[in-house]
Design a protein. Structure first.
Length: 133
């Protein structure tokens, strides 16, 4: 057998809990040193890239649809317009199809305002071609 040495017993905290457990570290912990404020250098962000202003967009007005009316004729003082196969008697101030207002009628033509765009157009006083039978 081996030699037995007489040593005072050690506290349980000094013994590892299992034979495979590592021994505890030294009682003093070391904390890494930080640089002092005198060593602090603020980081300046890089200048942002110069932004190019977008080219101004020209306001594009929606196109005016083709006028569905054509001059159909007169009977005395009454003026008639045709739309497809329908004949309409028109007078100044009248609203047609909730889209056109008859502004004026004179010997040169009929002036209509397209209400959604507020644009005025004219219809010449020339007879419409006869519809095919």
């Amino acid at each position: 057998m081996g030699v037995v040495h007489n040593q005072p017993p050690t506290p349980a905290a000094d013994k590892p809990s299992s034979p495979s457990a590592p021994a505890p570290a030294a009682s003093t912990l070391s904390v890494p040193q930080r640089a002092g404020l005198s060593d602090y250098r603020p980081v300046t962000p890089e200048a942002p890239a110069k932004q190019i202003a977008p080219a101004p967009v020209a306001s594009v007005e929606p196109p005016m649809p083709p006028v569905p009316y054509r001059y159909a004729g007169t009977l005395g003082q009454q003026v008639f317009l045709a739309r497809d196969t329908t004949i309409l008697a028109v007078a100044p101030g009248e609203i047609l199809d909730e889209l056109y207002r008859v502004e004026s009628i004179d010997d040169k033509g009929i002036s209509l305002t397209y209400l959604p765009l507020g644009r005025t157009i004219g219809i010449n006083l020339q007879p419409a071609p006869a519809l095919p039978r």
